[in-house]
Write a protein that binds this ligand. Structure first.
Ligand SMILES: [Zn+2]
Length: 365
């Protein structure tokens, strides 16, 4: 299939505008119209992974971490980043990254960690704002249901676990068509009064073009009147970290053991146990210290994450237990997550998991 078919699917689940500012998710190397038969999945895209892709005849590498974060100014093979890009281009291998946009969705990296820790009632720990918009449109009464259905079908009207949310108010619209118009009701050159319904509904900004297309197709007017508003509401399904609950309370010692087993952690660096039973657990794959305040205010007993620095551990202040399990360890199930996502949609497309352990951190125990 065309690479763009695969990436469009991935971006429908983890839209690129959900990524953090510092990130560089998306198609980094390769052309969207390239034909691909096999993909190689990896957490990191190292030179060894590119070699593996060549050997396994995979035309695209899908990695969680982007190989390129900042602009490259030289290509003389001095750094591993340059060498990876150079090798991929020379061997006609595409590189695609699905990083913080996959972290930030409810079925993403953190959801998989929650699953491994068997947490229930999981939700986003720090929902993002600025991702939702509102559409208002004015529709003749008889066509209101048709337009409403089209908007819902295109993905508008979802608030938390509720779908098909809209507000509808009756009113009178006026219009006067020019000489060359062919109005749905009324005559050109004459002001027309029409009973209309003002339909308003929220939608994720990322799907705006799809939504407008649906609106234009379903609305009977030649010129559709509509307004688009930016909202500052948080998007409950998009954001950093997750929080959930254990089925049964357990002691801090017991939960450390659970983490070690289920996350295959070689070592857990943690703050002093609080002595309180563990019920609510916050998680963040990769570096998560920026979420500590959210974990505390959400009442978490444990915060399972990675990349904690010495001084940052002090911030726990006995309110919860910070458990740093290692960056690679926290995200190791992401490759399987990507595999499951792709297989679900393209069952006949070959997806290979890397056999290379790309963790640059080794443990001397
Ligand atoms: Zn990471």
């Amino acid at each position: 299939m065309k690479l763009s078919l695969l990436t469009a699917y991935l971006e429908s689940l983890a839209p690129l505008n959900y990524q953090e500012d510092y990130d560089n998710s998306g198609l980094i190397v390769g052309h969207p119209d390239k034909e691909v038969h096999q993909a190689l999945l990896s957490l990191d895209c190292t030179e060894a992974v590119v070699d593996e892709a060549i050997e396994k005849q995979c035309e695209v590498i899908i990695s969680h971490h982007p190989i390129v974060f900042r602009g490259l100014k030289r290509f003389n093979g001095k750094t591993y980043v340059e060498r990876v890009v150079e090798k991929a281009i020379k061997n006609n291998i595409a590189i695609y990254a699905i990083h913080t946009n996959l972290d930030n969705v409810t079925d993403g990296v953190n959801a998989r960690i929650c699953e491994m820790l068997e947490l229930k009632n999981c939700r986003i720990l720090s929902p993002k704002s600025g991702l939702l918009k509102k559409l208002v449109t004015y529709v003749p009464e008889a066509k209101a249901e048709q337009v409403r259905n089209a908007l819902f079908h295109a993905g508008a009207g979802n608030i938390g676990d509720y779908s098909e949310c809209s507000f509808n108010a009756e009113g009178t619209g006026t219009f006067k068509g020019g000489e060359d118009t062919n109005p749905y009701v009324g005559e050109p050159g004459k002001r027309h009064y029409e009973n209309e319904i003002r339909i308003e509904t929220v939608y994720p900004a990322a799907m705006e073009s799809k939504l407008l297309m649906a609106l234009f197709l379903a609305h009977p007017y030649e010129e559709v009147a509509y307004d688009l508003y930016n909202l500052t509401n948080q998007h409950q399904q998009v954001g950093s970290g997750m929080i959930g609950e254990l089925e049964e309370e357990m002691s801090g010692e017991e939960f450390l053991f659970v983490i070690k087993q289920s996350m295959d952690a070689k070592v857990i660096r943690h703050t002093a146990l609080t002595g309180k039973p563990v019920k609510r657990v916050a998680v963040c794959g990769g570096a998560g210290s920026f979420l500590l305040k959210h974990a505390i205010s959400a009442g978490a007993d444990f915060f399972v994450t990675a990349d904690y620095k010495y001084h940052e551990f002090f911030d726990a202040e006995g309110k919860l237990v910070i458990a740093d399990i290692g960056h690679f360890e926290s995200e190791q199930f992401t490759v399987q997550l990507l595999y499951d996502i792709i297989q679900k949609k393209f069952a006949n497309f070959a997806v290979r998991l890397t056999e290379i352990n790309t963790n640059p951190v080794k443990y001397f125990i």
